[in-house]
Design a protein around this ligand. Structure first.
Ligand code: ISE
Length: 334
């Protein structure tokens, strides 16, 4: 049976999700593209052959010709619209973050628990990226021995807005690392500290974080939103018996004039295209079978990312290490 998907938000990410639904998800149809900006919604819908366009997300969620929803509207709408999906009894893939406010994530968990089943998958797509998949399986297979450290670099060419701050690097960009590292290591965070070097201009400087896990590992994360040269994500997982590191993903290398070069993507959409497709297929499987993805993030994971990000922003402002004080994990999410 074909699952009829509505995509809410027709901006950069919404258009990408709509394209994946239309072109890479056998068994799904792009039913509705919803955006406040009807011209934008119509543009995406027409390019991809969607059945309809709309501008009211809540009305779209309750439509009888919509089976599941992908939310890619602005961040502050993710939690309220996820709650609307739970109320309507429909599975939802919410772009990250579920919310930047831990309390809003708790409200989503409470709604799922009251409903007695999972509805919400959170779009932390890196978990589906082959590099992290291989890191996790090397660790699980015992090849690396006990994990000691995980080092992470996350670099964007430039910030989306000139008023981007160090705190926003932690609450907007770093949640990808917060989520995927705790997924790979299989533990939570105990503490976080965050620092910034000084730049020569007014742009936001990189943020460097050190986190301790509840299992005694150390995690370093550099977020550089103004790296200038390319979109570059690196990670190395160091165990007692060896280490596994991610390569720059490029199909070719050019060797010329005594040097060798590979290209970088301009942003995350190309680098993680395959991960987005895998993630959305896992969501479609959930929609069709009720079987929640074993890899992807749930509402608890959304809460965990929001909590460590909130604490990290406070640690940066305070210039000191802070404990990450999470609520106890509900049985429902174990
Ligand atoms: C940005 O904030 C995102 O949300 C993207 O998913 C991420 O890959 C990018 O590097 C971030 O800065």
């Amino acid at each position: 049976m074909t699952q009829r998907i509505a995509v809410i938000g027709a901006g950069l990410m919404g258009a990408d999700h709509a394209k994946i639904v239309a072109e890479d998800l056998p068994g799904a149809t792009l039913q509705v593209v919803c955006d406040m900006d009807q011209v934008r919604a119509r543009g995406v819908a027409d390019a991809l052959g969607a059945a309809d366009v709309a501008n009211d997300p809540e009305a779209v969620i309750s439509r009888t010709d919509v089976d599941a929803i992908i939310i890619a509207s602005p961040d502050f709408t993710h939690a309220p619209l996820s709650l609307a999906c739970i109320r309507a009894g429909k599975p939802v893939l919410s772009e990250k973050p579920l919310s930047q406010k831990p309390d809003e994530c708790i409200a989503v968990m409470e709604a799922e628990m009251a409903a007695g089943r999972r509805f919400v998958q959170v779009g932390f797509m890196r978990r589906f990226d082959q590099s992290y998949v291989e890191m996790k399986s090397a660790l699980t297979a015992g090849k690396l021995g006990r994990a000691l450290m995980m080092h992470n670099f996350h670099r964007n060419v430039e910030t989306p807005a000139s008023d981007f701050t160090g705190a926003m690097a932690i609450t907007n960009s770093a949640p990808h690392e917060f989520d995927v590292v705790r997924h790979v290591l299989g533990c939570e965070y105990a503490s976080i500290s965050a620092y910034q070097p000084k730049r020569s201009d007014a742009r936001v400087a990189p943020v460097v974080m050190v986190l301790e896990t509840t299992d005694g590992q150390l995690v370093t994360i550099e977020i550089n939103n103004n790296a200038a040269y390319g979109y570059d994500v690196r990670a190395e997982l160091v165990g007692e018996a060896g280490s596994i590191a991610m390569n720059n993903v490029a199909y070719t290398r050019t060797d010329m004039r005594l040097s060798s070069a590979t290209v970088y993507e301009a942003d995350w959409r190309g680098r993680y295209h395959e991960a987005y497709v895998r993630q959305n297929r896992a969501f479609l499987h959930f929609v069709g079978t009720g079987e929640f993805t074993s890899i992807g993030s749930n509402a608890w994971d959304g809460y965990a990312a929001a909590k460590v990000a909130e604490t990290g922003a406070k640690a940066l402002a305070a210039g000191t290490k802070l404990a990450v004080e999470m609520i106890a994990k509900p049985e429902f999410y174990k």
